[in-house]
Each structure stands twice: as C-alpha cells, then as structure tokens.
Design a protein around this ligand. Sequence first.
Ligand code: ATP
Ligand code: MG
Length: 333
Amino acid sequence: MSDILLEIKNLTVSLRRKRKDLPIVKGVDIDIPRGQIIGLVGESGCGKSMTARSVMGILPPSASAAGSIIWHDQDGSSTDLLALNEKKLRKICGAGIGMIFQEPMSSLNPMMRIGDQVAEALLIHKAADRREAKDRVISILKEVGIPEPAVRYRSYPHELSGGMRQRVMIAMAMICEPGLLIADEPTTALDVTTESQILKLIRQMCETRHMSALVITHNMGVVSQLCDRVYVMYMGRIMERAPMGELFSHPMHPYTQGLLSSIPRIGANPEYLETIPSVSLDTDGNSEGCEFCLRCSRDDRRCFFGHPSEDDAGNGHYFSCFNPVQRTEGENE
Ligand SMILES: Nc1ncnc2c1ncn2[C@@H]1O[C@H](COP(=O)(O)OP(=O)(O)OP(=O)(O)O)[C@@H](O)[C@H]1O
Ligand SMILES: [Mg+2]
C-alpha cells in the first residue's frame, strides 16, 4: 500500500474569460500522505479553492482542469480522479473524501433538519437503513461536541450558533468515515475561541481515525495549530513546501517570509507591522517570470524572464526562488 493517499500531479486549472483561457492553477504538485494534515496557504484568489474543487470534481462550468489527481486506495489500486466520469467520481469522493466548506450557512439546507442532512450522505453512499443511519448520526453529532445530540437532530441550521453549524458540517464530512478530509477555510467565519475549539476537533478526528486532511487557509495561525506539512501558493503556483516547524523557522521564499512577518506578535512594536507591497489589481502577475517578482524586494533580472525551478533545501523543504532568504536572515527571533 502506498504511503501517499492522494497525489496531485501537474494540476492546471484554466478559466474561460472573454474567449481566452486564463490559467489560475499552474502546474501544482501536492502529496497527501496517509495520516498527515497538509496545509495549503496563500492569499485570497491565489487558487486554493480551485485546487480543492478539482479533487472533488466540482469546478465551475467556466473552468477546466488538466494534469492528474491520483487516489491510492487501501486495496492497493490507484485511480486518476480527473479521468473519471461523474458517476465513478461520486462513488470514490462520496465515501472516500469528506469536505468542509468555508460558509456553513450556505452549505446547509435551511429547510431541512440537521440530523436528516447528516444522514443523507450515509443513506446514499453507505446503503444504511433509516434506523441505523439515525443512530450513527446521533453518535457522530455527539463526537463532534453537539450537546443533546438526540434533541439537536431535529434542529434547523438557523437554530444553531456559527460554531455549532461548523460542527454539523464536520459531522456531515465525517459520517461516511472518509480517508481524506478537505477543509476549505474551516474557521474563517468564527471567533478565535471557537476557531481554536474547531481546529482541535479536526486534529482529534484525524488522529483517532488515522485520516489525512488538506486544510486550506490564508491564516498562518491555523497552519501552525493544525498542519504537519505546508504548501505556500501564490498566483496559482506553489512557491515553497516544507514541514510546518521548518517553514516557520526557516522560510526561504520571500513571499513566505512576508506572510510570516505580517502576523502580529505579542510584545512586538504595535506601531510597526510588516506588509507585503501590493500590485495593481489589473495585473495577472508576470506570465514569463516569477509571479511574485512585481512585489518582491529581492528580485533581479532573472526573475522577470524565467520561472525558477524547485530547489531542495533538505529536511523535506523545497522552494522556487532565484534569491532565497538565507537561513541566518530568515531566523525568527
Ligand atoms: N465560480 C467562479 N467562476 C469564475 N471564476 C472564479 C470562480 N471562483 C473563483 N474564481 C476565480 O478563480 C481564481 C482563484 O479563485 P479561488 O477561489 O481558487 O481562490 P482562493 O485562493 O480560494 O481565494 P479565497 O481565499 O478568497 O477563498 C480567482 O481569480 C477567482 O476570481
Ligand atoms: Mg477559497
């Protein structure tokens, strides 16, 4: 059996706009090993959700994906999800992959009791009967921390708080006991206390079920609380990937360094918070060279005319940059 559960290889997603194909995910490679939590981090619009949607086969109609997304099953077989038809993809994704979306209110049906919504996936994918499904839903609602689960089964989404609704989403994603959880900004709409409880719950569920996860976020704090390994994305490209601690202590790409130095820290000078310089919104970045060069303080001529290939920094740490931050410069004090 492969140690890798899901292998995203050379994934490209393009959007059809004004009769032109605009690339929004550009040759992305991501490995999700069994039992690990992988973070995909980057700013708004960089292509994180499109990457996740490609795995689930739920891209918008104007988008198309190329490359391969290989699912390595426990029985030793491997399947390219991108090459499957709708019916076969639903079969693998329905039972094997669970997804939590950013906004629970728009992903839950407001007219349906939460218990029935959680049971639905089980009835479709696991051919359970109604009685059995109800028992399993009550038990998973309890597991995700919903008090009085038998009573709450009959609640409608609007009767729950934001944190409780997100717990229902987690229950829904977990009910078929998937091998992989994809969580797209799972805590963005929540306050920090609830966020930290939800992150703890996701971590716990991954550990007890030996489940893998792909966690998508623009928040480095979420990455530090949850992830084993991190991929940093900028304008559709992976700029750097490393184990979580390694990335935080030795960021090598100037973009990653910018992301980390823009996190407010207790004790730091409150008057001075570093930012990454912005570029005008009508630019698509530099299509010939490095996407980040227009915002980078370390750029030189090479950055404008060619894409840096990926370099190995050791310890499972890789980066794509002609002028990486040196270890002594990047040291976090
Ligand atoms: N339904 C859609 N139809 C057309 N274009 C879209 C659609 N959704 C996203 N896009 C475009 O695709 C690009 C990548 O979007 P994506 O949603 O993957 O970004 P993201 O990294 O998830 O951002 P965020 O952190 O804001 O969720 C963006 O330029 C966005 O405008
Ligand atoms: Mg998104």
